[in-house]
Design a protein around this ligand. Sequence first.
Ligand code: SF4
Length: 178
Amino acid sequence: MKIAVSGCLIGEKIRYDGGDRRNDFITDELGKFVKFVSFCPEHLAFGTPRPSVHLVKEGKTIRVHSDQEGHDLTQALIEKSLCEVARLEAYSLCGIIFKSKSPSCGMKSTKIYLENELCDETVDGVFMAMCRERFPDLPMEEEGRLEDPSLRENFLMKVYEYHRIQTLKTAISDKEFL
Ligand code: SF4
């Protein structure tokens, strides 16, 4: 059973500052039962270490700006995020776990700023939004919410159920070709 995960959550040193956000439950507990497929669109786009980024609302569009120089990095992040989504399509995934609050990976928890630097609201990160669109039925959750026992149980039940249905579908289609 495979679950895609933000690489920094399983100890990969790919955050903008070369650090990680290793999550013990995901790495040590969940890791006993599932195989992880890690991803990191920002590492792919900008390497590590790199300038941190944030989301900015410009009119009706959302842009990705570098924290340091203010450069607009939207196009590069979109292109590499699309590459990561395409790569994930090749796996038979049963779920995805995202790092919360990240401009790429946050799941309705990423702050979006107005041009005067005031926070406006929280939204999906760039990469997460693409995954939501590409894999609408796949169970998805953020690592922060998995700290809550009932949300954790709910997510794991969805993952196992999704896996069971996919296995059943494969068995039926194999039979059809016999
Ligand atoms: S882009 Fe996502 S996977 Fe990469 S360091 Fe940031 S939160 Fe982790």
